[in-house]
Design a protein around this ligand. Sequence first.
Ligand SMILES: NC(=O)C1=CN([C@@H]2O[C@H](COP(=O)(O)OP(=O)(O)OC[C@H]3O[C@@H](n4cnc5c(N)ncnc54)[C@H](OP(=O)(O)O)[C@@H]3O)[C@@H](O)[C@H]2O)C=CC1
Ligand SMILES: CC(=O)N[C@@H](CCC(=O)OP(=O)(O)O)C(=O)O
Length: 352
Amino acid sequence: MAHRIPVGLVGVTGYTGIELARLLACHGGMELVRATSRSEAGKTLRDLFPSLSGFPIGELTISLPDPDDLAAACELVFLAVPHGTAMDMAAALVERGVKVVDLSADFRLHDAEVYAQWYGLEHRHPELLPEAVFGLPEFYADRVRTAQLVANPGCYPTSAILGLAPALRAGLVETDGIVIDSKSGTTGSGRKASVGSLFCEVSDTFRAYNLGRHRHTPEIEQELGAVCGQAGMTVSFNTHLLPINRGILTTAYARLQKTVSPQEAHLVYSEMYQNSPWVRVLPLGSLPETRFVRGTMFCDIGIVVDPRTNRLIVVSVIDNLCRGASGQALANANLMLGLAVDEGLKLAPLVP
Ligand SMILES: NC(=O)C1=CN([C@@H]2O[C@H](COP(=O)(O)OP(=O)(O)OC[C@H]3O[C@@H](n4cnc5c(N)ncnc54)[C@H](OP(=O)(O)O)[C@@H]3O)[C@@H](O)[C@H]2O)C=CC1
Ligand SMILES: CC(=O)N[C@@H](CCC(=O)OP(=O)(O)O)C(=O)O
C-alpha cells in the first residue's frame, strides 16, 4: 500500500472512537498508528473489538494518552473524549504542531462565556477559540482545509443546521419562534455506564429530556444566526431518547415569512445542496427515516409546507455516530490533510 499519513485517536474505547476505528480500518490515505485509552492500554484493538480481527488496524496496541508520544508519531490526532477533558489535550497537541480534530464541544462555541454558561465550566484555553474552525464541510470546507484545530459539530446541531439553513438563508421563514424537536438513538449518550442507558431503561419506551436547556442550543443558535446574519437568534431546541442504537431524526417548525408553494420551497433546498452529495433532499411527499442513512455521512431532508398553520416543517435524519461524529471528523481530517473529502466515506447505508 502507498504511504499513508500517520494519525492518532484519543478515546478509542468510546462509541465515537470505535466508529472512527471502523472507518480508518479501510482508509487509503491515513494509517492509525496510535489509539489511546486509560482503562484498556496494553490490549490490542482486536482484543476489545473482534469486529476488527483480520484488519491490520486490529493488531494495534492501545496506549496511554501522552501528548509527546502522539506528537512524535502523528500528523493529525482525533480527540474522541468528553468535553472538558479535550481542551487540554488539544492545546498540548496544537502547541506541538499537530493538527487536531476535536469531536467534543470544547471548541465549537466562539464565546468562552457562552461555553461556561451552558457547560458549567470555565474554558481553560479561550485563546484557541478564534482559530478553531467549525467543521461542517458543506459550509466551511475552505476554512477547514487550512485549519490546525477543527471543532467537529455536535450530532443534534448537524441535523438541525443542515435542515434549517436553506430556509433561513433564502428568507422563507421568520427567524424567531423556531421549534426544533430532535430524537436520538442511545449511542448518542456515549458508552460510559449509567442507569439511564441500561437496556431495561431505554427499550420499549420513549422519553423527552433537557427541554429548553440542552447544551447544543447555543451551537445551533450560533450557526443558524450566522446563516441569516442575525446574532442573538434564539430557538426552542428539545431532545428525546429513542430506543434504537444509531440515528437522529429532527423535526423543525418555522413560520413562513411569505406565501410559498411546496415546489418553491423544494427548489430552495435542492439548489442549496446541489453540490453537496451527502445531503439528499427528498422529493416532495417523501419523508426521511433513520434506517436509510445508517452507517453513512448522508443527511436526508424532507420538507412540508403547511399553509393551514403557515409553517414550514423540515425533517432531517443522520447517523449520530457517523455523520454526527466520526464520519464528519474523518471528512474534516481528509480536508486538513489535502485528501479528497470523501476518502474512506463512500459508504452505502446498512439496510435493513
Ligand atoms: N456518541 C455520539 O453520538 C456523539 C459524541 N460526541 C462527542 O464525542 C466525544 C466522545 O463521545 P463518545 O465516544 O460517545 O464517549 P464515550 O463516553 O463512549 O467514550 C469516551 C472515551 O474517552 C476516553 N476518556 C474519558 N475521559 C478521558 C480523559 N480524561 N482523558 C483521556 N481519555 C478519556 C474513554 O476511555 P478511557 O476512560 O479508558 O480513557 C473513552 O474511550 C464526546 O465529547 C461526545 O460528546 C459528539 C457527537 C456525537
Ligand atoms: C442521546 C444523548 O444522550 N445524546 C447526547 C448527545 C451529546 C453529544 O454527544 O454531544 P456533545 O458532543 O456536544 O457532547 C446528549 O443529549 O447529551
